[in-house]
Design a protein around this ligand. Structure first.
Ligand SMILES: [Zn+2]
Ligand SMILES: [Zn+2]
Length: 120
C-alpha cells in the first residue's frame, strides 16, 4: 500500500484512437492531441519527440537543410504517414472535468432513495 503522495496520472488507459474521453484512472477529461514539428526554413516534417515536457524535433538540425529553427503544428486528423513524425499529448480539459463533477452531484439522490426502499 502507498500512503505517500499520489503519483501523477499518465492517463495510459485513454485510447490514442479516440479524440477525447474520461480517464478511467483519474476521472479527468482527456483530449488526445497530436503535434508534429516542421522545419521553419524548408517546411519539411521533422520527427517529433517530447523532451523535458516540451515538443521538439528529435534531432537538433533539419536533415534536409541544416536549419535549427522549427515550428510546432497541431495535427487535426492523424494519418498513418504523420503518425511516424507526430507525438501524442494527453491534455486535460479542466472545464469538462469540472462538468462531470456537477452532473454526478445532481444524480446523487437516486441511489439513496433505493437504499431507503430496501430498509423497509
Ligand atoms: Zn488519468
Ligand atoms: Zn529544413
Amino acid at each position: 500500500m502507498f500512503f505517500g503522495k499520489k503519483i501523477e496520472c499518465t492517463h495510459d488507459r485513454v485510447h490514442p484512437d479516440t479524440d477525447a474521453q474520461y480517464c478511467p484512472d483519474c476521472g479527468k477529461y482527456i483530449e488526445n492531441k497530436w503535434y508534429l514539428t516542421r522545419c521553419a526554413c524548408c517546411n519539411i516534417k521533422r520527427k517529433t519527440i517530447i523532451k523535458h515536457g516540451e515538443i521538439q524535433p528529435s534531432s537538433h538540425y533539419c536533415p534536409n537543410c541544416g536549419a535549427e529553427t522549427f515550428r510546432v503544428e497541431l495535427v487535426k486528423t492523424i494519418n498513418f504517414i504523420d503518425i511516424n513524425f507526430a507525438v501524442l499529448v494527453k491534455e486535460i480539459n479542466e472545464e469538462k472535468s469540472k462538468n462531470r463533477c456537477q452532473s454526478w452531484v445532481e444524480r446523487q439522490p437516486e441511489p439513496i432513495r433505493l437504499l431507503g426502499l430496501n430498509l423497509t
